[in-house]
Design a protein around this ligand. Structure first.
Ligand code: FEO
Ligand code: CA
Ligand code: CA
Length: 693
């Protein structure tokens, strides 16, 4: 009998965040040294070595609507901001961290109070239901979920584990019908399987986990008079797993870094993993970011390919303990046997959810990072800009400006053309400037500054690529984009998570979730946009971008955390009248132009559950922050969708505490009784049947 694996655990210092989540989700990034050890502060010296052949092109100001988000909670949008206090059964009034939160257009509900319940808590006057949960049937022939008899074949047809991003696409010509697109970020064997042995999973368990990763497309049917959505086993339903073929496109394809024994051409990759956030494109596809993929690979040794060593180091390959152990049963996840497989993950992936037979794409022209996700802005002229963040401590913000324009209108020809938009254009990284504040003192007029986009890589119409970074060939920039961005002197940020343009204003919002190492010994100190040492609560940056150009200005909308603390900032709004928010992760917008933020990590800071918040962006109430819901104990909130009819969130890793197992779950949400906790998508709607204005 194999002996249990013994190892010294690192000192756990991440607040109350579950160590289990850190192990399986992000490779213990809270504990190990950062991947970014670059000294790229001397922008002025480096900029001279970067060629600047990418022309500044015309700037657009208006916005092409994306998904036409609108606000369920705006039903009483004419209501005054009278300072009325929510008095719901959720205990809004005067509860710690809730404040005396007034109404505002789009935010007319009673603020939900922080709590530690094993439930989704919503304001009075709203109803909720699970839309779909881990194990629910998706593809035709899928069996019902059976926690005691999981098989890879069943899981490959069922909803996957730990959904993060969610998008809702109305089906043309069929009112009340939608395609829900989700990704499944990671698996946690201890939560999924009875009898799971950490470090020594069975092959069946590993193959179930591989099938529980990836993407899901499922048709949903609405019902008149409510926001309830019910899955339909439709023709377009699809599961994409860790084994589904993808086309790798762009400068990384076919290179010495991406060819493998199974794929000597280096352009056909099996699967997508660690998919975090994402976006719906204006042409109706889904984008998703491959984030913490390195901790799925074992066997890191001296890399056999010239140039790989620096790249592996910069991405943390080999630093992470491989808790998933897929390499035990599939050689490509063992770096000693297939060193290049890890270089085939870390891209923005695109899926056409309308065609269940389409081959999804990995877009290397957008660089290889630990991508959180990507969202698109389209100028009035049709130029397309994709924003993306690299979610690790001290990593960077990027954008890709396509050289192709969007082809408007329906039809296969438009889709085919538009799915080539992300193949050609220029990838940039952000360099921010501004005077560093005195820590804890909000600068007069708020936190603000300027910035430049530094070009890294251009892909031309004929597919040839040009590096803008001295000493790095184009394929190296595409595969080891972090190294290129270091050389460009990019600004080290506090973990850039979701980044998305507001369809109403075109301003771009990025959640900087936290960075407990900011200002630590030997690490980058505070700067204008990252103004706190040991930043546990994060901030939201608002970028006013010359979208196709290279200049921008920025403000900090929120410096999150305890409103009573001197080092927090709520857009200049009265901090005694806001809901407390920490660790912003995903962002979305409503029809009023309000920002909605889901959080991941509130328990680290305040010992309460994560949630969803609405924030006013413009006018006298700018910075008014109001909590709409909380998710169950141990979960994070993600994937928010805010429309007139309903608000939806993904509930990821409910009950994932350190000592929880399938035999001893810390949550029984959503099924109750003695059930396993099951990650799920939830819809919330008004009980009075009214919809938005
Ligand atoms: Fe998967 Fe950046 O959170
Ligand atoms: Ca995230
Ligand atoms: Ca988003």
């Amino acid at each position: 009998m194999a002996l249990p694996v013994l190892r010294l655990l690192p000192v756990y210092d991440a607040g109350r965040r579950s160590h289990t989540t850190c192990k399986y989700k992000c490779g213990e990034q809270c504990f190990r040294p950062e991947d970014n050890t670059s000294d790229n502060e001397y922008f002025g010296d480096i900029v001279a070595s970067i060629s600047r052949r990418t022309a500044l092109r015309g700037a657009g100001v208006a916005v092409l609507g994306i998904g036409a988000a609108s606000a369920l909670a705006a039903c009483d949008s004419g209501a005054g901001t009278d300072g009325s206090v929510g008095a719901s059964s959720t205990g809004a009034s005067g509860a710690p961290g809730t404040g005396n939160v007034p109404n505002a257009p789009g935010l007319v509900f009673d603020a939900v109070a922080p709590n530690t319940k094993d439930a989704v808590t919503i304001p009075d006057g709203y109803e909720q239901a699970v839309v779909i949960r881990w194990g629910d049937p998706v593809e035709p022939g899928a069996p019902k979920f059976n926690a005691h008899n999981q098989t890879p074949e069943a899981q490959a047809k069922q909803f996957g584990f730990n959904n993060d991003f969610a998008g809702l696409i109305p089906v043309d010509g069929r009112p009340g019908s939608y395609l829900l697109v989700c990704n499944q970020e990671y698996t946690t064997g201890t939560q999924m399987f009875y009898g799971y042995r950490e470090g020594a999973p069975t092959e069946n368990q590993v193959r179930v986990e591989m099938a529980a990763h990836g993407l899901t497309v499922v048709e949903l049917k609405g019902e008149t008079g409510s926001g309830r959505l019910t899955p339909v086993i439709g023709d377009t339903n699809r599961r994409v797993t860790a084994s589904t073929p993808f086309e790798l496109r762009g400068p990384a394809a076919g290179t010495v870094f991406t060819r493998t024994k199974a794929d000597p051409a280096g352009n056909r990759v099996l699967g997508t993993i660690a998919n975090c956030s994402g976006g719906i494109t204006p042409w109706g596809t889904m984008l998703s970011g491959e984030e913490n993929y390195t901790n799925y690979f074992s066997g890191a040794q001296n890399p056999p390919v010239e140039g790989l060593k620096e790249g592996w180091k910069r991405y943390g390959v080999g630093k992470d303990e491989d808790y998933h152990k897929w390499g035990l049963f599939e050689d490509r996840f063992d770096l000693a046997k297939e060193p290049n497989e890890v270089n085939r993950f870390g891209y923005i992936v695109e899926l056409n959810p309308h065609d269940p037979h389409s081959i999804p794409v990995k877009h290397s022209a957008l660089g290889r990072l630990k991508h959180e996700g990507s969202n698109i802005y389209v100028t009035p002229a049709g130029d397309v800009v994709a924003y993306t963040g690299d979610d690790s401590k001290f990593e960077y913000i990027y954008k890709f400006v396509s050289s192709r324009r969007i082809q408007r209108g329906p039809g296969a020809a438009a889709m085919t053309s538009n799915m080539r938009i992300l193949d050609e254009g220029t990838l940039y990284v952000a360099k921010l400037s501004g005077a560093a504040p005195n820590e804890g003192e909000v600068p007069t007029g708020g936190y603000r500054g300027k910035g430049r986009w530094i070009p890294l890589l251009t892909v031309r119409e004929d597919g040839s690529a040009q590096s803008h970074v001295d000493g790095m060939p184009a394929e190296n920039v595409a595969v080891f984009t972090r190294v290129a961005a270091d050389k460009a002197g990019a600004t080290k940020m506090d973990r850039p998570e979701d980044i998305e343009p507001n369809p109403k204003t075109g301003k771009v919002y990025c959640a900087l979730t936290n960075n407990s190492d900011r200002g630590a010994d030997g690490k980058a100190g505070i700067d204008a946009a990252n103004p706190r040492t040991k930043n546990k609560s994060g901030q939201i940056i608002e970028i006013t971008d010359d979208h196709t150009g290279t200049e921008f200005s920025w403000d900090l909308l929120l410096v999150c955390g305890d409103p009573a603390a001197a080092d927090t900032y709520y857009g200049g709004f009265d901090k005694s009248r806001v809901s407390r928010i920490s660790c912003p992760d995903n962002v979305a917008f409503d029809s009023h132009g309000n920002l909605w933020i889901s959080t991941d990590g509130t328990a680290d800071v305040f010992d309460t559950n994560d949630g969803l918040f609405g924030v006013v962006l413009d006018g006298a109430e700018r910075g008014l922050t109001k909590q709409f819901l909380t998710v169950p104990f141990g979960a994070e909130t993600c994937g928010p969708i805010v429309t007139d009819e309903r608000i939806m969130v993904c509930v990821q890793h409910p009950g994932e505490t350190d000592d929880a197992t399938a035999e001893k779950p810390a949550s029984h949400w959503p099924d109750g009784g003695d059930s396993l906790p099951r990650p799920a998508v939830v819809a919330v709607w008004r009980t009075d049947g009214r919809i938005g204005t």
